[in-house]
Design a protein around this ligand. Structure first.
Ligand code: NAD
Ligand code: DAU
Length: 352
């Protein structure tokens, strides 16, 4: 691993990974390629943009001219592929960009890497970052998904991610491209765009707005602190077996309502208002096709690579809430972006 192409490195997890990798491995050079969609921002790369080992390229993974040129120019040997359209609610309102980026963009990366590594007569590594949502939804008492669970995606977002996973595996079986895949649960931490549940709740609470909970709020997610996720991906890049898939999770299953209440209690402690922030919680109409529960079995990555998460939800959430409180300028910039494209009207007005 010398010249690592990180796609989507100006987004939430990608920017955390760029920071993590630069610190963890002093021998790598990162080529960070990102289209800077609404979800990406150079503000997420504060402190690394001027590093001599970090090169930022503003480009789209679907671009058939740029991607081969970038691979060649920087002699890329490793790809960590994060770039994607990622918000389920957006995929319900407008699926098309999800299939452009997540499927066709991934195909373009795979094809470009195949050609470049064949010309160089070298074996590179293509690591694909995916999601627990490809496996579908679990009932409360069902066993967690393993790496061999059947795919059953139920939203346009998860269908597009499932398609990209299949493509990556197809390039391993058909062309012997050395791939690894990870499917992980809900991440949280610094630099997550404010449309997602945790930062959205913090933002609304601080603005004194209602805290919208879809449906009964009893949907269960497993929450993974982003630092733990970065470490797991690094382990897979270093020691994961080619062609293999690893589940990554925080082993913190909690329902949305309880999670939002936890955030409110932390805000009550760190920045008390006249009444508890929990009084702002409001139930609104549900997400279409809302998956009830996700849970992942992480035995494989623990047994094979010795990885397990360091953070429980209490510890990770405290750091996260404090980070957002300490970064009001970042919050304001993200909020302005959300407002400029009328996201609140598009996603919340009709929910009553
Ligand atoms: P994000 O939405 O915060 O960031 C995505 C980044 O990709 C942005 O910087 C955006 O500008 C960039 N991008 C989007 N389309 C692009 C394109 N066509 N070309 C180049 N760049 C493009 O996403 P995230 O939450 O950091 O997720 C990163 C990856 O992890 C995704 O593949 C996602 O499916 C996966 N994942 C995320 C979570 C989570 O909880 N956030 C959980 C499981 C898996
Ligand atoms: O499970 C992994 C997935 O986690 C990733 O693949 C996705 O990219 C990522 O966005 C995330 O998807 P979710 O749909 O679970 O995340 P989101 O933050 O949008 O919502 C979390 C839960 O909170 C979900 O059950 C919907 C609910 N929710 C969300 C919002 C934005 C609300 O109740 N109210 C809200 O306003």
């Amino acid at each position: 691993m010398k010249n690592v192409l990180v796609t989507g490195g100006a987004g939430f997890i990608g920017s955390n990974f760029v920071r993590f990798l630069l610190e963890k491995n002093q021998h790598v050079r990162i080529i960070n390629l990102d289209a800077l969609t609404y979800a990406g921002s150079l503000l997420n790369l504060a402190g690394v943009l001027d590093s001599a080992r970090h090169i930022f390229v503003e480009a789209n993974i679907c671009d058939k001219d740029v991607i081969p040129n970038v691979l060649k120019k920087y002699d890329v040997d490793t790809i960590a592929h994060f770039a994607a359209e990622t918000h389920v609610d957006r995929s319900i309102l407008e699926p098309d960009p999800f299939f452009q980026t997540n499927v066709l963009g991934t195909l373009n990366l795979l094809e470009s890497a195949k050609e470049f590594w064949a010309q160089k007569k070298m074996q590179g590594r293509f690591h694909h970052i995916s999601t627990d949502e490809v496996y579908g939804s679990l009932a409360e008492n069902e066993l967690a998904f393993t790496e061999s669970s059947t795919y059953f995606p139920r939203s346009p977002y998860s269908a597009s991610k499932a398609a990209s996973d299949h493509l990556v595996r197809a390039y391993f079986h058909t062309y012997n491209i050395h791939v690894t895949l990870t499917n992980c649960s809900n991440n949280y931490g610094a630099y997550q765009f404010v449309e997602k549940l945790i930062p959205f709740t913090i933002l609304n609470a601080l603005q004194g707005n209602s805290l919208p909970i879809y449906g009964d709020g009893k949907q269960i997610r497993d929450w993974l602190y982003v630092q733990d996720h970065c470490e797991a991906i690094y382990n897979v890049l270093e020691r994961g077996s080619v062609g293999e898939t690893y589940n990554i999770a925080g082993n913190n299953q909690i329902c949305n309502l309880d999670l939002v209440q936890m955030i409110c209690a932390m805000l009550d402690e760190f920045q008390p208002a006249q009444s508890s922030y929990a009084s702002l919680i409001t139930h609104v109409s549900d997400r279409f096709g809302h998956d009830r529960r996700y849970a992942l079995d992480t035995t494989k990555i623990y047994n094979q690579l010795g990885w397990s998460p360091k953070y429980n939800i209490e510890a990770g959430l405290r750091e996260t809430v404090q980070w957002y409180l300490q970064n009001p300028d970042w919050m304001q910039a993200a909020f302005s972006k959300m407002q400029s494209e009328n996201w609140l009207e598009k996603n919340y007005q009709h929910r009553g």
